[in-house]
Design a binder for this molecule. Sequence first.
Ligand SMILES: Nc1ncnc2c1ncn2[C@@H]1O[C@H](COP(=O)(O)OP(=O)(O)OP(=O)(O)O)[C@@H](O)[C@H]1O
Length: 822
Amino acid sequence: MEKTDAREEKILVLVRLRPPNQKEIAANEPTEDWECLNDTTILYRRNTLRQSSNFPSAYSFDRVYGGECPTRHVYENGTKDIALSVVKGINCSIFAYGQTSSGKTYTMSAITEFAVADIFDYIFQHEERAFSVKFSAIEIYNEAIRDLLSSDGTSLRLRDDPEKGTVVEKATEETLRDWNHLKDLLSVCEAQRKIGETSLNERSSRSHQIIKLTVESSAREFLDKENSTTLMASVNFIDLAGSERASPAMSAGARLKEGCHINRSLLTLGTVIRKLSKGRQGHINFRDSKLTRILQPCLGGNSRTAIICTLSPARSHVELTRNTLLFACCAKEVTTKARINVVMSDKALLKQLQRELARLETELRTPATPASKCDCAMTVRKKNLHIQKMEKEMAELREERDLAQSRLEDIMRMVELDEASKCGTPQHIDKWEDGSVSQTSGVIDLERNFISDGMSITRASSHSEDDDDEELPTRSEDPSEEYCREVQCIEIEESATVNHKDEKRAEPKNILGPSEDASVGQNVRLRSWNRRETAPGTSTPPENLGTGRPEEESHKNKKIVFSGLELGSSVSRNDSLSSCGSDSTETQSSRTPLGEEGGITSIRTFVDGLKEMAKRQGQVSITDDDSGKMGRDIGLVIMDMEFERQRREIVELWQTCNVSLAHRTYFYLLFKGDDEADSIYIGVELRRLLFMKARFSQGNQTLEGGETLTLASSRKALHGERMMLSKLVGKRFSGEERRRIYHKFGIAVKSKRRRLQLVNELWSNPKDMSQVVESADVVAKLVRFAEQGRAMKEMFGLAFTPPSFLTAQRSRSWRKSIPTLF
Ligand SMILES: Nc1ncnc2c1ncn2[C@@H]1O[C@H](COP(=O)(O)OP(=O)(O)OP(=O)(O)O)[C@@H](O)[C@H]1O
């Protein structure tokens, strides 16, 4: 992709106040507190003198639209210019942000259609260029990415691409044919998108939706010519899910979990925007949620961006409306740097590189005259540095030129083969398919697809899957993704074992260098990705782990790192995993099965060991169906084991830190690992507890949910909570149930103060998992988990800290927040 000059501009922020809805009118809800003073200012009319010191009365933005303003006007007057940038090769994004029921979907669905209609108009009016428009759509639901054009429901993964940034892998892309095709695709998305009824919106979007149009165009007169270039850009239409409060909008179960995820990702978005608005100093936590990872370019990168902040006029929503305006105020300070994205054909690129090389060579050969004698030494030093720099640049350019040259040759060969195959000489194609030239087959396939799409061959198209995967070693912050990658390591090892006899067919390729430990894990991963990407039927010969020469075997032992679970294992040339010694940070439960001398002697032994361990832990059974399935099963076992290990560690830390029993119960029952995102919550809780434990052990206090805690005060609070729970035992359980529970906890039914004995037993033995499960069950009934759970999850989702009432401290907020809890 050729880099053109970037244009810096602020995000365009539009505010749209919706008219009162039927419900609000029927309930006589006051809806006139907000007034659009003019095109750019919105006023809150009820600010008292005291409030105005905290909240402004008037807010100004690029544009402000009142309740009567039609969406067509919002589009024409606000977002059209940005949306149409895409046809000129400039990325752009338009998104709607606001509380639930404020009109995001209402606004975005119309704006998407208006914009695509204008894009089509532009295309029809510019016949001198050949256009292609591709459509894709995804949603982020409960922190998992789903393809809205596919009904299989599998969650898609994110990948870091050096050129394109974060990319959603394998999202379906449809080439748009006409307007009807667009309407069909939009209705597929609408049908697939997660919608649910909440008390504020009958059709509330429970996910963030991103519709993406990628527009490519080339001048027809240069098509297939040497100097052809392509403009390529995307426009994103983003309809975010709405922020919501726990009480009015959520109901129990799925709605609750969704609300928690929605709030959490919006919270990350808000934090990112706030930090960006203050300039780019320090770390910006784009990677804290999938939403911000995907939106990263729109929030400060190569994109023109407009944000439409939608507001509800209802008085009861004033707090969320103010939050939205606060978000909008920060957003208008954020700048992006959009540029025209020009993709050059390989031929054009080659020419440009050759020109550059010639220029540098001439510069090197031409001696420069020093200005004066005294400047001489200085000039020579400078010149030497300059020469060194130029030589380096030349070497790089030569490399690029050679690469481009070889790609060109590949393409030429491919075209020849293609033509030969059309003329009935299939043996050439067979030659490709039997893997004899497998090293370049990935590139060729890509190129061929591109040609057959009727497009010119671009630099981007020649960027092979292998190139993309070079970036993979960048460690993702999403643990589940890491696991998936690592599981593929095992899969490839296994296939290497299975296909060992095939090695003779291809020249062995030394992938593992002799000493770079770190890079080996990357190479192994890289190969596993390559393998996964191989199209069915194109039997790529297995790549070898080393040169194949026995004397080099000892150098080939390399360590593979499993995220959060360093196996201390190594890959050896003879397709086996052998131990390098276990990692010191490993806990008992995460330790991998070792061979006789503490080493994993082969993949088979390793697998057997894992099976054994999984059986012992009674978790997942591994079948011997086939090697691919086994790899995946191992992955599941490892993920489950790691999740379970962290959960156990948390249970122990709860006990050490005297964490409230209600908190333990809610957390334990809400985050069971049945949701991909649970591992994130578990990770955060673990870090919080480790921090708390460290503070306590140093005799320090810590701040939890606004309360200052020490070890002594947490012990006292826990004691108070137990006393309270003991009073509920009689209320919540029948006599028969009580007897059964006493029996389970080994308390004599007739003993004195047996209720107190019972609550003292609850959650008292973190090592006994059956006691943990029983305790969670009893406390859940005591605190009416089923009815109150939704409020808790929201709290966990937003802050990861227990609300103050869960710490059982008799603060005012405790009494006020949840009077019916006990
Ligand atoms: N500007 C408007 N004019 C008329 N009706 C509107 C307007 N904005 C929203 N509405 C109506 O309000 C209701 C809620 O709107 P919408 O579903 O777009 O909200 P939302 O912000 O997307 O909510 P959620 O976040 O829950 O998905 C819908 O019935 C919609 O038709």
